[in-house]
Design a protein around this ligand. Structure first.
Ligand code: ATP
Length: 274
């Protein structure tokens, strides 16, 4: 009888999922001005990765560089594929959904029309079930002009558009900016649910939201990566948070009260069809 072959132990490192997105040496120059000087970051293959930094650190430019919305050099690997020379439409086709800082909804169109515009037939059946489950409010307001929605509702519409097409990564740029605390909690809960389905790269200034959602964080300073690591470790280190993010105990707007524990949104009501 032949001996049973020995089973090679799997090295622990190979059990850690590879990052979904790996950015190396990302540089952006606009109008002769060097804005990013070589940003390095990784976005985990699951959950939420927060992109942090003081005002003007380069967060939005980094996102725009990843998406090809500004001229950039360096390396942007999406699931191992080099994308830095691809145009934005090609990146969208590869499954990156973007909820920009200004939300980018079409004000004169209804909620349903905004969603329909985001459909991509090549991705199969649009995931309206998921959108309606996460955002029952959008279902109820399907026929309302998007320009008449509140800021929070517009933000939910912007996030909902990224969820329709089975994207493999969602990038949300400051989704809670300017929202009332109750609406911040609603948007955060929606993002939390979204991140169960799709990894999220979240640009966020509200550290209560970061604490609630993000496992991993990347901090930019002066157009460079200043720190990467577990989000809770950074937030627990008052000196590092002050140095890297410019926040202290006396800054409730950013360190905020804790968000309420997760409560699932109510099941959608069959009031309107989108
Ligand atoms: N199109 C542009 N032309 C010139 N300078 C720009 C342009 N876009 C951004 N900048 C500058 O680049 C720097 C980084 O801007 P960016 O918006 O990426 O920072 P940010 O970290 O997102 O800031 P905030 O938190 O205030 O949104 C800032 O000094 C900004 O003024």
């Amino acid at each position: 009888m032949s001996p049973i072959p020995a089973v090679n132990p799997v090295p622990a490192a190979s059990l850690v999922p590879a990052p979904l997105l790996t950015v190396r040496g990302l540089r952006v120059v606009i109008g002769g001005r060097h804005i990013l000087h070589g940003v390095d970051l990784t976005v985990a293959a699951t959950g939420t990765t927060a992109l942090l930094g003081r005002n003007g650190a380069g967060k939005t430019t980094t996102v725009r560089g990843i998406l090809g919305l500004v001229p950039r050099t360096g390396s942007v690997l999406l699931a191992g594929e080099e994308t830095v020379r691809l145009a934005t439409h090609a990146l969208v086709r590869r499954g990156i959904g973007y909820a920009p800082e200004d939300r980018g909804v079409f004000a004169a169109l209804t909620v349903a029309e905004n969603l329909r515009l985001a459909e991509r037939p090549e991705c199969g059946e649009p995931a309206y079930d998921l959108v309606h489950e996460l955002f029952p409010e959008l279902r109820r307001r399907a026929r309302q002009a998007a320009g008449t929605l509140s800021g929070g509702q517009q933000q939910m519409l912007a996030i909902a558009r990224t969820l329709l097409n089975g994207n493999r990564l969602i990038i949300a740029d400051e989704p809670t900016k300017g929202l009332a605390p109750k609406v911040v909690s609603e948007v955060a809960r929606a993002l939390e649910r979204a991140a169960e389905a799709v990894p999220v790269l979240l640009v966020e200034q509200n550290l209560a939201v970061v604490r609630h959602l993000a496992r991993h964080c990347v901090v930019l300073a002066g157009g460079r990566t200043a720190h990467q690591g577990p989000a809770l470790d950074l937030l627990a280190d008052a000196e590092a948070a002050r140095r890297l993010l410019g926040v202290g105990r006396g800054d409730p707007a950013r360190t905020g009260p804790p968000l309420p524990t997760t409560a699932r949104p109510a099941a959608p009501t069959p009031e309107a069809d989108i």
